[in-house]
Design a protein around this ligand. Structure first.
Ligand code: AMP
Ligand code: ZN
Length: 664
């Protein structure tokens, strides 16, 4: 078999497995085998860039960085939908329809997925563009990010038309959303509010490898364009499914509004079993000929109607407002409710967000409140039933001092949250920081759990994570539920954590906004804790993906005497606070201060490898040419607009060989 055949075969195989797993939800291969095949393909593609394919399964991992998303005009406008809320609304709609078309009307009922709408353009069976809805007339080109979504087919199967657009919704299923939030909380960041906003935000991330990490899904529901030889909405869904798109199976063809209502009533309940959020049903006239006759108003198709589910609400009493203190000192007010049934679960607590929210809704203890469960995981209070309020009730006074340590709270300008500034004396902060330090993604200390940390702090054996390394077995044994063996494990686990790589230690330090990814970037750039400590705010901002908020937070952390002392102690104990020798061997400073734009297809190294080489040599990769660009590295088929721009700005264009010489 020739190399080309081998590559094509691997691509086809991977595509099939991918399709089975992400579209059909039925795995046909183990994750491990899949990864091995993907690696094989990567290796072959890197060796043979002449067989480059913009839609190869290897490109699902992302890596391209987009600074500004281009605006694209939709060939077919993306309309909004009219809303209905009752049987009467639907019957009125049917009367309007029947005035405009002849013959019987049947309807397809589909679920209304709550995510970010997207329009995908395919030509000759290949995905060529993905554009957000925008204002309906034009949207943003988010192709590089959408390509990383595994259920979006990059190549189609069967008898697809040569050119068409298909519309759908990009959603973030509950499970993946919850996991992302756990990680954010671990990094001391605010959790995302709801899956929908997070899904649309994911499409606008600059680094597509970040989008690739998010468990997004893409559900399709409309073909746009010429008739494509299809005569009904129902058939078009069928066809799209055959071509390899993920078209949910829940849709149903009915012949009357009664049938529509049956569908609505069933899903109003059953939608809770779906893995993603839906906020209603979309009813579409099935016959495409009739659709054409009905046409559009300025805002929405006359042939479609949304029916919104009522958000799930419950009424209950707010017994007490309590306040939680997080490891960063952030205060979260919590409403403790009289337990009530809501959307299939018993709700006892609801989030109150912050002081402004409480003031805005005028929420008070003893109030009768409306609790709603929308996309948010934690239910929220949407309003107060003022008619039930007791005359003697008094407005809620937000706490001014910490409920745990009594220190006066502070509120930074522009921030909604109050903080307890008693970083070193406030128990939940002390315990929370150590718990974060030992957590799985940080130092991952075996034999030591969150409760033991709390106990160690309470017993006065430790007050910070550096103290862990001074712990002696004899001190630990007398603790509750400790024995000889578990004490040994604990001490051994702590000692072993000295081998954990720098980036995880940096994450474990608990610097606000420094999550796993940021920690990796910082380590890659600065290589040692000393250089990070020495970096100014301006220097930090210049590092790839480090913004002002992160830079300030890093500076603030290391400008604090106590933190520097902690870090010094960690250094003395031998905790990894610099990049390992192997990793360092791959990196040099040759390209420091230089910015590269990479364009075209290369022969000796792949595009991604080229970018990695630039970064490993401390250069910066940028996606667009500007006066700041040092070199454009041009391969075959460099885009003509880039070429023109480089020439106009007088930027030196170098070849792949020139570049390789540059780094020796
Ligand atoms: P709205 O944003 O409330 O005007 O609702 C219109 C939006 O609903 C469309 O832009 C789509 O993004 C979304 N939608 C979700 N599911 C469907 C579906 N099955 N058919 C059509 N539109 C849908
Ligand atoms: Zn406190």
């Amino acid at each position: 078999m020739s190399v080309e055949q081998q590559i094509n075969q691997l691509r086809e195989e991977l595509r099939q497995h991918n399709y089975s797993y992400y579209v059909l939800d039925a795995a046909t291969i183990s994750d491990y085998e899949f990864d091995m095949k993907l690696k094989d393909l990567q290796v072959l593609e890197e060796k043979h860039p002449e067989f480059y394919d913009a839609n190869s399964p290897t490109l699902r991992v992302g890596g391209e960085v987009t600074k500004n998303f281009n605006t694209v005009v939709h060939e077919q406008r993306m309309y909004s939908l009219d809303n209905s809320y009752s049987k009467e609304d639907l019957l009125d709609w049917e009367i309007r329809i029947k005035k405009l078309v002849d013959g019987d009307v049947s309807y397809t009922c589909e679920l209304k997925y709550d995510g970010a709408s997207i329009s995908l353009t395919y030509e000759n069976g290949e995905l060529i563009r993905a554009v957000t809805r925008g204002d309906g007339i034009q949207g943003d080109d988010v192709t590089t990010n959408v390509k990383t979504i595994k259920s979006v087919p990059l190549k189609l199967k069967g008898d697809y038309p040569s050119k068409f657009d298909i519309r759908g919704e990009i959603v973030l299923p509950y499970e993946g959303f919850a996991k992302m939030n756990q990680e954010r909380i671990a990094a001391g960041e605010e959790p995302y509010a709801n899956p929908r906003n997070t899904a649309s935000g994911s499409l606008k991330l600059q680094d597509s490898s970040e989008t690739a990490k998010r468990p997004l899904d893409c559900l399709l529901y409309n073909l746009a364009g010429d008739r494509l030889g299809i005569s009904s909405q129902h058939d078009s869904l069928e066809k799209a499914r055959e071509w390899g798109f993920k078209v949910p199976k829940e849709s149903r063809l009915v012949t009357s509004i009664d049938g529509v209502l049956e569908f609505i009533n069933m899903w109003d309940e059953k939608r809770r079993e779906l893995p993603y959020e839906t906020d209603g049903v979309v009813i579409k006239v099935n016959d495409l000929q009739q659709q054409e006759e009905l046409g559009f108003t300025s805002k929405a198709p006359r042939w479609a109607m949304a029916y919104k589910f009522k958000a799930e609400q419950a009424i209950t009493t707010l017994n007490e407002i309590t306040y939680q203190v997080g490891r960063t000192g952030a205060i979260t007010p919590v409403a403790n409710l009289e337990p009530v049934q809501l959307a299939g679960t018993t709700v006892k607590r609801a989030s109150l967000h912050n002081a402004d929210q409480i003031a805005k809704l005028d929420i008070r203890e003893e109030d009768t409140v409306f609790v709603e469960k929308g996309g948010e995981i934690i239910p929220k209070i949407v309003s107060v039933d003022f008619t039930k309020r007791d005359k003697s009730s008094i407005p809620t006074e937000y706490i001014t001092s910490c409920p745990e340590c009594n220190t006066e709270l502070v509120r930074k300008e522009g921030e909604a949250q109050h903080y307890c500034p008693n970083v070193n004396g406030c128990p939940p902060q002390i315990i929370g920081r150590i718990q974060h330090y030992i957590s799985r993604k940080a130092l991952d200390i075996e034999g030591l759990g969150g409760e033991t940390v709390a106990l160690l702090v309470k017993e006065g054996l430790i007050t910070n994570y550096a103290d862990l390394y001074d712990l002696k077995k004899e001190q630990v044994i007398p603790l509750e539920r400790m024995a000889e063996k578990s004490a040994d494990n604990l001490i051994e686990g702590i000692a072993k954590s000295k081998e954990i790589p720098f980036e995880r230690v940096l994450f474990g330090l608990g610097i606000r906004y420094v999550g796993e990814t940021v920690a990796k970037k910082l380590v890659k750039h600065y290589k040692s804790i000393e250089s990070i400590i020495a970096a100014t705010e301006e220097e930090l901002v210049n590092v790839d993906e480090i913004g002002i908020k992160i830079a300030q937070s890093v500076r603030e952390f290391f400008d604090t005497e106590d933190n520097r002392r902690l870090v010094n102690r960690l250094l003395q104990y031998g905790v990894q606070l610099q990049i390992s020798a192997d990793k360092l061997a791959d990196q040099t400073d040759t390209l420091k201060g230089q910015t590269f734009v990479v364009s075209g297809v290369f022969e000796k190294v792949s595009r991604n490898e080229l970018k990695k080489l630039i970064e490993d040599n401390s250069g910066k990769v940028s996606s667009s040419i500007s006066s700041k660009t040092t070199y454009v590295v041009a391969g075959a088929n460099m885009g003509p607009s880039k070429l023109e721009k480089a020439n106009k700005l007088g930027i030196t264009i170098i070849s792949e060989d020139d570049f390789l010489n540059l780094i020796g």
